[in-house]
Design a protein around this ligand. Structure first.
Ligand SMILES: Nc1ncnc2c1ncn2[C@@H]1O[C@H](COP(=O)(O)OP(=O)(O)OP(=O)(O)O)[C@@H](O)[C@H]1O
Length: 249
């Protein structure tokens, strides 16, 4: 099978306390289309640095990143954002507060176009956005609500919808449910799983939640001090229990 994402010998070195430190220390990772990979790791293990390297928010010191066999290592973040989407932990990131839910959805739908063109003909899209949000109790009937009036959970659901509206080649979830209360967090996680499976998305999801890590995804990797120390395929993951993961923390 042709891989979707390949990371080859990725190293990120920073200068800290008068010495060089590899915060990514020789990462090799191949992700196949429709993989849903859960990424676990202690604080400071390098998870966000790895996602930054994939999106282009940060450059690698050495190594390569290939998407569909194309070397994207030197491409900048705006170019990569046409096919890689990311949802952050902070519900305020990723949505424009002074715009309505519908306007935000339209911005995301037209990502890549100049901003002045992106908000045209909103009315033409209202029916589509209504059907897009109608089964979501958090956003149903809120298309004309300004985003800064939404709760954290509603805003994070919107961020998620914006990330998937253009069917990204790769979806990156960076602890996207961590700031929400347990009920809202579970609802968003269930929506996430449903959409990933229905739309056949390829996803890399960082979480600190061991029960989510066991329950979701078809592959699990654990990062420690910038290295992959565990990589389980679907079969090995299906036998995994939360307690098995504790030794890595
Ligand atoms: N620009 C930087 N300058 C100095 N140190 C950095 C920089 N970026 C990251 N680090 C350090 O690199 C290490 C990895 O950071 P990173 O944010 O990738 O970890 P993480 O696994 O995402 O952690 P967390 O779970 O806390 O979000 C940490 O020790 C962090 O302090």
């Amino acid at each position: 099978m042709k891989s979707l994402l390949t990371i080859k010998d990725a190293v990120k070195t920073i200068y800290n306390d008068n010495q060089n430190l590899n915060i990514l220390d020789g990462i090799n990772l191949t992700i196949n289309p429709q993989d849903f990979v859960v990424v676990l790791g202690t604080n400071g293990a390098g998870k966000s640095t790895l996602l930054d390297a994939i999106t282009g928010a940060n450059t690698l010191t050495s190594g390569k990143i290939l998407l569909n066999d194309e070397d994207i290592t030197q491409k900048n973040l705006p170019k990569r954002s046409r096919y890689i989407s990311r949802v952050y932990q902070d519900p305020k990131l990723g949505t424009s507060p002074r715009m309505t839910v519908a306007e935000n959805l339209l911005l995301a739908k037209r990502r890549g176009l100049p901003r002045r063109l992106r908000l045209r003909r909103l009315k033409d899209h209202m029916e589509e956005f209504k059907s897009f949000t109608k089964d979501l109790p958090t956003l149903d009937n809120r298309l004309n609500t300004f985003t800064d009036k939404l709760s954290g959970g509603q805003r994070q659901t919107l961020s998620f919808l914006m990330a998937i509206i253009q069917q990204p080649q790769l979806l990156l979830l960076d602890e996207h449910t961590a700031a929400l209360d347990p009920q809202t967090s579970q609802e968003l996680m269930e929506l996430t799983n449903k959409v990933i499976l229905e739309k056949k998305l390829t996803c890399l999801m960082v979480t600190h939640n061991l029960s989510e890590a066991v329950q979701y995804g078809n592959r699990l990797i654990v990062l420690k001090k910038g290295k992959i120390v565990l990589d389980l395929d679907q079969e090995a993951k299906s036998k995994l229990k939360e307690v098995d993961l504790l030794e890595y923390f």
